[in-house]
Design a protein around this ligand. Structure first.
Ligand SMILES: NC(=O)c1ccc[n+]([C@@H]2O[C@H](COP(=O)([O-])OP(=O)(O)OC[C@H]3O[C@@H](n4cnc5c(N)ncnc54)[C@H](OP(=O)(O)O)[C@@H]3O)[C@@H](O)[C@H]2O)c1
Length: 234
């Protein structure tokens, strides 16, 4: 399969790329920087699969600067799986919230997945029975425990969950399915920033294995579902 992953320089996204390649899938990784590309290319070579890194973020979509990504995806005849993993958390209380920060989180956590998801459709780059997996958060899962300072982040992830449900309805006659996994705590840089004194029981590699397994199964029983994936939540 061809798996497109956003936000691959670190954390869960980087681990998703490796887990997918371990399972013999080709990976196209999108990142703002090229720092991780060489390492992942070596990893791909050792697993005899393809890895192609493309320097890309939502700004490219705003500027219609999509030619390189289009060429790469056309050459491999499109994607079977899109994993919208890129995410941004900036901790701040509502009263003191910097509105630019709020905009940044909405851009990365909501706008980026939405416009990339639609761009692939407009360019006919989804293969038959493609599966879109949005990486949400327990912070944005309705009824979950909430924490001070995570309001903007949680609201953006809740919107991502709503986007998932709504798009499944709009595209119900398409062969593409879309689901949202609301992750609990995973030990990454993002978690350390949000909860400096907390140690998660789940490592990025463990979560990545679950995400890839769910994504490539393209489960026919799930479409438009918002699913909690958490042992516990700090
Ligand atoms: N860790 C947790 O406990 C946890 C819990 C629930 C949900 N999640 C979700 O899991 C996903 C991965 O998180 P993580 O914990 O692995 O975090 P991370 O280590 O901070 O990695 C986040 C990734 O998002 C991308 N990113 C960050 N800022 C960006 C920006 N301004 N524009 C475009 N891309 C940006 C980066 O990709 P590049 O540098 O490659 O561009 C980075 O690799 C996120 O969606 C996060 O919300 C994590």
């Amino acid at each position: 399969m061809n798996i497109l992953v956003t936000g691959i320089s670190a954390g869960i996204g980087n681990a998703i790329c490796k887990a997918a390649m371990q399972s013999n899938h080709n990976v196209i990784g999108l990142s703002r920087s090229q720092n991780a590309f060489e390492e992942l290319q070596k990893y791909a070579a050792s697993h005899q699969v393809l890895f192609k890194g493309v320097k890309f973020s939502h700004a490219h979509l705003q500027e219609e600067n999509t030619e390189e990504l289009y060429q790469v995806l056309s050459q491999i005849s499109g994607v079977d799986v899109l994993i919208n993993n890129a995410g941004l958390l900036e901790k701040q209380s509502f009263n003191e919230m910097d509105l630019h920060s709020l905009q940044r989180m909405m851009d990365v956590n909501l706008y980026y997945p939405m416009v990339l998801t639609r761009w692939l459709k407009t360019k006919a780059l989804y293969k038959e029975h493609a599966h879109i997996v949005n990486i949400g958060s327990m912070g944005g899962f309705q009824g979950s425990a909430k924490f001070p300072g995570l309001l903007g982040y949680s609201a953006s992830k809740a919107a991502l969950a709503a986007f998932t449900e709504c798009l499944a309805e709009e595209w119900h006659q398409e062969s593409v399915t879309i689901n949202c996994l609301c992750l609990g705590a995973v030990q990454t840089e993002m978690l350390s920033q949000a909860f400096p004194d907390y140690t998660a029981q789940v490592l990025p590699e463990q979560m990545a294995e679950f995400v890839v397994d769910f994504a490539i199964r393209r489960p026919s029983m799930f479409n438009g579902k918002v699913l909690p994936v958490a042992q516990n939540n700090p």
